[in-house]
Design a protein around this ligand. Structure first.
Ligand SMILES: [Cu+2]
Length: 155
């Protein structure tokens, strides 16, 4: 009998703690459940001076809403390979996602995060235009027209 009461008491404590956690989590989610509002600005692309058929894409992501993340991109070129990149110790590394925090501007720029396109045909040259489709975790797909320019201050 004693044991049963103790068990009941324990389970009621567990229930209460669980309820409290649910309330806390729900309140926390309330802050971030706001939909992201992303606009893309200042986009441009550079052809790699080193690797044939490779280029990098840069732009600013203005987010006036809740958090989001860039998780992928595609271009309408068969066989082209697109990767999200970051720089670590002045070397490019592939990343799965680029965070786009709430109410911040995320800058994809030389020396930082960027999108890398490999395996482009020779017909893609300075002045070529291309539509890049960006895939966001919460906002879905967004298309951005880019133009390959002469490399801006190499670093
Ligand atoms: Cu890169």
């Amino acid at each position: 009998m004693q044991k049963r009461t103790a068990t009941l008491l324990r389970s009621s404590i567990i229930l209460r703690v669980t309820l409290m956690l649910v309330v806390i989590l729900a309140a926390g989610a309330g802050c971030t459940s706001q939909p992201p509002q992303i606009t893309i600005e200042g986009q441009y692309a550079n052809l790699s001076p080193v690797f044939i058929g490779a280029g990098s894409v840069f732009f600013k992501l203005k987010n006036a809403g809740g958090r989001d993340a860039l998780v992928g991109a595609t271009v309408p070129i068969p066989n082209a390979v697109i990767e999200l990149h970051d720089m670590k110790d002045s070397r490019m590394v592939r990343v799965d996602r680029i965070a786009v925090p709430s109410r911040e501007t995320t800058d994809l720029r030389p020396g930082g995060h960027h999108i890398m396109i490999f395996n482009m045909p020779r017909t893609v040259q300075e002045g070529s235009e291309l539509t890049v489709t960006l895939r966001f975790e919460r906002s879905g797909e967004k298309k951005v027209p880019i133009r390959f320019e002469k490399e801006r201050e190499a670093r």
